[in-house]
Write a protein that binds this ligand. Structure first.
Ligand SMILES: [Zn+2]
Length: 278
């Protein structure tokens, strides 16, 4: 099993120092959309899809908040084009596992219309029947093609003290959905076991690697954005605290990544390149 760390969309809001913790106050920051492409025995699995082909052509599809986030139009960054660049086709992506359905995570769904799309039940409900407050964040064009949703509910499995939902048993690899509610009502992490180690893709449960360090810190612009945009602040902060404990107590067994931190993506891609070269 091979795991590729892909950036499926770059956003460049003004204020690098407030966003990335370094760089000029007025210079553009860098926010990535860290997705995973897993080469499994019987096909490809995508964890999140980033921005899609149609989003790159018309960034208005993403909704109003993205005017501030300033996504770059770069078709080569879409999951579809990166899958093709690796020598595969859209049809080889049999399964998509989503952390949640915000536009910068669900944009690529229409590019893989035949894939099964695994979603935590609470997130599917929040997205398909959004409350008045949530209506602007969920974008119907991302699922107007009728995705093959596969709904998952918590059933009592445990993973390092978290609730976990075992999915994709046919892969020959362990893949779990780990609810990390807060950013959205059904936001989940995706845990993937490889050899004796776990990779936990935390989605938007945190935005900056130092938020899960001890003691935690976060650039002020990112902290502001997370507070502005969370569905349940209390649960979001409680889950960040649990991730911090997980990292400090089991950091040798579990590696955490989130969706939008370019530092984590660069490290993960560099480590993959080392493995490939060895
Ligand atoms: Zn996001």
């Amino acid at each position: 099993m091979r795991i590729h760390h892909l950036n499926c969309g770059t956003m460049c809001p003004n204020g690098a120092r407030l966003i990335n913790g370094e760089g000029g106050l007025l210079s553009p920051g860098r926010i990535v959309c860290h997705c995973l492409l897993i080469e499994a025995a019987d096909g490809l699995v995508l964890v999140d899809t980033g921005l899609g082909m149609e989003d790159m052509a018309d960034r208005g599809r993403l909704g109003g908040v993205f005017a501030i986030l300033r996504p770059r139009s770069n078709v080569a960054e879409t999951a579809l084009k990166q899958v093709e660049a690796l020598g595969f086709s859209a049809g080889d992506v049999r399964q998509i596992v989503t952390t949640h359905l915000d536009p910068d995570h669900s944009g690529g769904l229409p590019d893989f219309p035949h894939a099964e799309v695994h979603v935590f039940g609470r997130e599917l409900d929040a997205a398909l029947n959004p409350s008045l407050r949530d209506r602007p964040r969920y974008r119907k064009p991302h699922w107007s093609h009728g995705p093959r949703w596969v709904r998952h509910e918590v059933e009592g499995d445990e993973w390092f003290g978290f609730e976990g939902v075992r999915i994709l048993p046919e892969l020959g690899a362990e893949v779990l959905m780990v609810p990390l509610i807060g950013h959205t009502l059904g936001q989940a992490g995706i845990a993937i076991k490889r050899d004796d180690h776990w990779l936990l893709h935390c989605g938007d449960a945190y935005f900056h690697h130092e938020e899960v360090a001890t003691p935690p810190s976060c650039p002020p612009g990112l902290r502001f954005f997370q507070n502005l945009n969370n569905a349940d602040r209390r649960q979001r902060l409680a889950n960040q605290e649990r991730l911090r404990e997980l990292s400090s107590q089991h950091g040798d067994e579990v590696r955490l990544v989130c969706s939008h931190d370019p530092h984590e993506l660069d490290l993960a891609q560099a480590a993959s390149a080392d493995v490939a070269a060895a």
